[in-house]
Design a protein around this ligand. Structure first.
Ligand code: IMP
Ligand code: MG
Length: 189
């Protein structure tokens, strides 16, 4: 386990499931793949605030073709560890997306409701294409009523609530460098 968990957050973290070095290697692979697949195209990466910020910042620096960036913010969880399934738009992008290839960058896909909602928004605005890149995927949690595919995935993980590398619980833990399993005692209090 990384040394950073010997601080006051230490006993709230059960285990590191993806160490920062491992994520760094995978992000480099994703950046290379995206650079190859979007070569010669107008690519706009849209980060989903706030969870994707660390992944987003790492990913765009591994992309070697010209890109534009923007951000969107939605809310679906509140401060709970279980999705409400109801997604609302809190902050929209500031740019015109028609004719551009949109790549939505998200921290994690769980039930799939959030990304379905976001993808629908950009498809309706006549983007040239809309694809999805997620740092993490919990495939066993996907809701059977949601039809969504992830085009680029960092890692598939089991059904555990994770924090770190941008992911939070009640707005905390985003600054942990590794993806960690949060002790259920934190959210069952
Ligand atoms: P979905 O709509 O159920 O796919 O949920 C996606 C959103 O829920 C993500 O953008 C995250 O913000 C949040 N989320 C899902 N699982 C976790 C987790 O294990 N830790 C932290 N946030 C999560
Ligand atoms: Mg999120």
């Amino acid at each position: 386990m990384s040394t950073c968990y010997t601080n006051s957050m230490g006993n709230e973290i059960e285990e590191v499931i993806i160490a920062s070095e491992k994520m760094k290697e995978r992000v480099k692979e994703l950046g290379t793949l995206i650079s190859e697949q979007y070569k010669g195209k107008k690519l706009l990466l849209i980060g989903v605030l706030k969870g994707s910020v660390i992944f987003f910042a790492d990913l765009i620096r591994e992309i070697t073709i010209p890109i534009e960036i923007d951000f969107i913010s939605v809310s679906s969880y509140g401060s709970s560890s279980v999705s409400s399934g109801v997604v609302t738009l809190k902050k929209d992008v500031g740019c015109d997306i028609s004719g551009k290839h949109v790549l939505i960058v998200e921290d994690i896909i769980d039930t799939g409701y959030t990304l379905r909602y976001i993808k629908d928004i950009f498809q309706a605005r006549k983007a040239e294409s809309v694809s999805i890149c997620c740092a993490l995927d919990k495939p066993s949690r996907r809701d059977k009523n949601v039809n969504i595919e992830v085009d680029y995935t960092g890692f598939q993980i089991p059904d555990e609530f994770v924090v770190g590398y941008g992911l939070d619980y009640a707005e905390l833990y985003r600054n942990l460098p590794d993806v960690c399993v949060l002790s259920p005692k934190v959210y069952s209090k």
